[in-house]
Design a protein around this ligand. Structure first.
Ligand SMILES: Cc1ncc(COP(=O)(O)O)c(C=O)c1O
Length: 447
């Protein structure tokens, strides 16, 4: 009998008792390869000695100091480090304790910015369907996953949602990727015109969509087009890189590969690599200056923002990534993972798409490849794959509702940046068995 209010109340979870490198071990002695970094979190794997040592040092020095009284060396150093490597023009980092908090803070920062500069009429956010920005009410409101939003819809602020950039399903046969991207930008432009450009605060998007649609990479030119459109209307661009940022796609920020600089960018997960709960919003200097010239205060704050031990963990994680050349490792091992996925699933009758960037790759499952018809959601293929993968000693991150919040299944892979070639072999072998076992478990006639 448990007193923990677990995510799923009718599930008995294995108990994690040890974690080292790319593996987690449970109380029964079973070992799992962590091929998803939990939910794209554990970028350095588990038990990294440099991160543990940095946390120990910080605990002995200052474990906690409230940010309305003090700053700390470690928060200042982390902000210096992040701003130095951030997209051009970023001026400051606002620290929080996770991804949803980062998105909430970014939404409020964007709104307050316009109040500060005398444009208080701006009140609308535009975001995309099939996105995930977190589970707190503001983040859930901008998120576009129908299933996650539905029962809370009466509580959510009104947000306009436009189409995701989902080339596999939505690019027409007579369009080039660039034409498809331009069509999406036109759709956004129409949404802005309906609301009145002068009334829109920001467009919010994951640079590479993670949890809800499975490593959806933007088509060339799409985000550049979005950036230009936002600029034309004075609308802020908030890129949510909570999952895809901090090196996951092979560059520290995913938007570097798009040649686009956001006004605000949210990061979390890989920032602290799971060693501590930490997230951040990075803000353009021009926005920071508007706050300085105006009220001088961001009207926000939580008890644990800028937590010294969390900052120490994040600083150590980021320094290891730099010191050990791990962005290069993400590009190299990401290519290796993609090759192996292609070899194992490229001709699989139920894998319609293999996509992603760096060590952020996904498979989209289909009942039939030509029509791209999904499996009936009632069979919960994604949950079967997760179960079968765990039985094979493999952690992956499958999800249903890929297409529209109801239909479609995908499997997301996000292994640690330290993953080796033999680990990649084992991951893809075990995943192959898990997918085939899950498919075999479907009732007759469902395939
Ligand atoms: C893009 C994105 N934004 C926000 C969040 C929310 O982060 P957290 O679960 O740390 O609150 C997530 C979590 O998966 C995410 O993927």
């Amino acid at each position: 009998m448990t007193h923990v209010f677990h995510r799923q109340l009718n599930t008995t979870y294995p108990r994690a008792v040890a974690a080292q490198g790319v593996t987690i071990t449970d109380a029964d002695g079973r070992t799992y390869i962590d091929a998803s970094g939990g939910a794209a979190v554990s970028c350095l794997g588990h038990g990294h000695p440099d991160v543990l040592a940095a946390m120990h040092r910080q605990i002995d020095r200052v474990a906690y100091a409230h940010t309305s009284f003090f700053t700390t060396d470690v928060a200042e150093e982390l902000a210096d480090e992040l701003v130095a490597r951030a997209p051009a023009g970023m001026g400051r980092a606002y620290f929080v304790s996770g991804g949803s908090e980062a998105v909430e803070a970014a939404l409020k920062m964007a709104r307050q910015y316009f109040v500060e500069i005398g444009q208080p009429q701006r009140r609308h956010f535009i975001a995309r369907r099939q996105s995930y920005h977190g589970n707190t009410l503001g983040a859930l409101a901008v998120g576009g996953n129908e299933w996650r939003r539905r029962q809370f819809a009466p509580l959510l602020i009104d947000v306009t949602h436009v189409s995701p950039c989902y080339e596999y399903r939505d690019r027409r046969a007579d369009e080039t990727p660039e034409q498809y991207g331009a069509r999406l930008v036109r759709e956004l432009s129409e949404a802005i015109d309906r609301l009145g450009g002068e009334n829109v605060i920001a467009f919010v998007a994951e640079t590479v969509v993670g949890a809800t649609a499975g490593a959806l990479v933007p088509v060339p030119g799409y985000l550049k087009g979005v950036r230009e459109l936002c600029d034309r209307h004075g609308i802020l661009l908030i890129l949510d890189e909570v999952m895809c940022g901090m090196g996951r796609t092979g560059t520290l920020y995913a938007c570097e590969q798009e040649g686009v600089v956001p006004d605000l960018v949210t990061i979390a997960k890989g920032l602290g690599g799971g060693y501590q709960p930490i997230g951040a919003v990075l803000a353009q200097q021009r926005l920071v200056e508007a706050f300085e010239r105006g009220s001088g205060l961001f009207q926000h704050g939580h008890t644990y923002i800028g937590h010294p031990v969390a900052c120490a963990a994040a600083l150590a994680v980021q320094r290891v990534i730099q010191r050990d050349g791990l962005l290069e490792a993400v590009r190299r091992q990401g290519a290796g993972l993609r090759e192996r996925l292609q070899a194992a699933f490229g001709a699989h009758p139920h894998v319609g798409d293999i996509r992603g960037r760096g060590l952020f790759q996904a498979l989209e499952l289909v009942r039939e490849r030509t029509s791209k018809a999904p499996f009936d959601p009632q069979w919960k293929l994604h949950a079967r794959i997760k179960r079968e993968a765990m039985a094979q000693g493999l952690m992956v991150y499958p999800m249903g509702g890929t297409i529209d919040g109801q239909q479609g299944d995908h499997v997301l892979l996000a292994p640690p940046f330290i993953v080796g070639d033999a680990d990649l072999d084992a991951i893809v072998e075990r995943l192959s068995r898990a997918v085939d076992n899950a498919l075999a478990s479907l009732p007759a006639g469902s395939r």
